[in-house]
Design a protein around this ligand. Sequence first.
Ligand SMILES: Nc1ncnc2c1ncn2[C@@H]1O[C@H](COP(=O)(O)OP(=O)(O)O)[C@@H](O)[C@H]1O
Ligand SMILES: [Mg+2]
Length: 234
Amino acid sequence: MLKIEGLHAGYGGFEVLRDVSIEVGAGETVAVLGPNGAGKSTLLKVIAGLLKPSSGAIHFENRRIDGKAPYEIVEMGISLVPEGGRLFPELTVYSNLMMGSFNKRTRRYFKDSLEEVASLFPIIKQRKNQVAGLMSGGERQMVAIARALMSRPKLLMLDEPSSGLAPKIVASIFEFVKEIKDRGYSVLMVEQTVKKAVNVADHIYLLESGRVEFHGKKEDFLENPKIKRSYLGI
Ligand SMILES: Nc1ncnc2c1ncn2[C@@H]1O[C@H](COP(=O)(O)OP(=O)(O)O)[C@@H](O)[C@H]1O
Ligand SMILES: [Mg+2]
């Protein structure tokens, strides 16, 4: 579904991503793990069209998407939940969700989309008139994911959905990620915290200093001696 080949990208002359190749199959959840500064957010920005790669190719459903504008990529069915959610804090939950369904393809499905995200996140109905900035971190993350789903994506990208949240809240966020996968969405998430993210992923990529240092199935990841030592503390 998503195929990234030999991607190089950076900021000015500063190269961040070096020869990155990643695939996400339809209905799969893929986790890209790696330490702070590895290039995880840069990778998602490039896929979302917010940053132009210097070389390499990105195909989505067999169409080339690198070089397309961010709104075109949303129209094609890829949505990004940026780190921290980036809701409009002074707007209500409802208005934030409206912002998510503004593209041409999905505007007319606003009501259906709203029903669907409310069935996933009950909080949306209870709090629809609340100002987003007054919600807790976990609630904001849920609304941010809901807003991304309002654009009816086929592929949902999550930038560190657990960042800054208490362990109990993190567990419930990953429960939602699982539920989203069960509803048939493909998911590409990046995370620093290894253990929780691994549980919901089918495939894992390890990104270090902008290079893919490992990729494989969850089971291979958990059994890899180097990963056990460096990331799992075993
Ligand atoms: N807007 C930017 N301008 C210049 N350098 C940046 C910018 N954003 C990130 N970087 C640099 O790119 C590298 C990778 O950053 P990032 O993709 O945010 O990593 P991660 O999300 O894995 O923590 C870091 O060295 C960071 O300082
Ligand atoms: Mg980041």
